[in-house]
Write a new protein. Structure first.
Length: 159
C-alpha cells in the first residue's frame, strides 16, 4: 500500500490504522514508502520516515523520526531504530543472545547501534553494557559492528 492509502484509513480508538490484511500500523507525519513495501503487524513509523522500494518490516518494528531505510532492507520482528538512523542494504546485523543488533549510519555523520528498545552511539553502548556478565556476547557484537563502521567509513579509526 502507498502511504497515501494508509493515511486515508481512519485510526481506531488506540491510534492504529487497520490495513486490509488486518495488520495494524501507526504512521507519523510525512512518511514516504517506496514500491512494494511490506509492513507487518503493529509497525510504528515516526515523522519523516522514508522506506525504499521493497523494504520489509517485521512485527512490532518501531522507527523513530527521520529514519531512512534503503531499497530492499529487511528488519525482523521487534527491531527498534532511534531517530535519524540511515540504513542501507546491507546494514550491519548481528544476532545476540537477546535480539538483533543493527548498526547503521546516522544523519549526524556518525553511526548508531540498536538492540531491542536501545539505540546508542558506540560510546553510550560501551558505558551501558560493559561490566555486565550477561552482556559479554553483546559487547563482542558491538566490537564487530564498530570494526564494520570503520571499514564502511562511518567512523574514523582510533576515534
Amino acid at each position: 500500500m502507498t502511504a497515501e492509502k494508509i493515511y486515508a484509513i481512519k485510526p481506531n480508538e488506540f491510534g492504529w490504522r487497520v490495513l486490509p490484511n488486518l495488520d495494524c500500523v501507526k504512521l507519523g507525519k510525512n512518511v514516504r514508502l517506496g514500491n512494494d513495501v511490506k509492513l507487518d503487524n503493529y509497525v510504528t513509523l515516526g515523522n519523516d520516515v522514508t522506506l525504499g522500494t521493497g523494504a520489509t518490516l517485521g512485527n512490532y518494528v518501531r522507527l523513530g523520526d527521520d529514519v531512512k531505510l534503503g531499497n530492499y532492507v529487511t528488519l525482523g520482528d521487534y527491531v527498534t531504530l532511534g531517530a535519524g538512523m540511515l540504513i542501507e542494504k546491507p546494514a550491519v546485523e548481528v544476532r545476540v543472545d537477546w535480539g538483533l543488533m543493527v548498526a547503521g549510519k546516522h544523519k549526524d555523520g556518525g553511526w548508531r547501534v540498536s538492540v531491542g528498545c536501545r539505540c546508542f552511539t558506540y560510546q553510550q553502548a560501551v558505558k551501558h553494557w560493559s561490566g555486565q556478565k550477561d552482556r559479554e556476547i553483546t559487547m563482542r557484537a558491538l566490537e564487530y559492528c564498530r570494526a564494520e563502521a570503520v571499514a564502511r567509513g562511518w567512523e574514523k579509526k582510533g576515534r
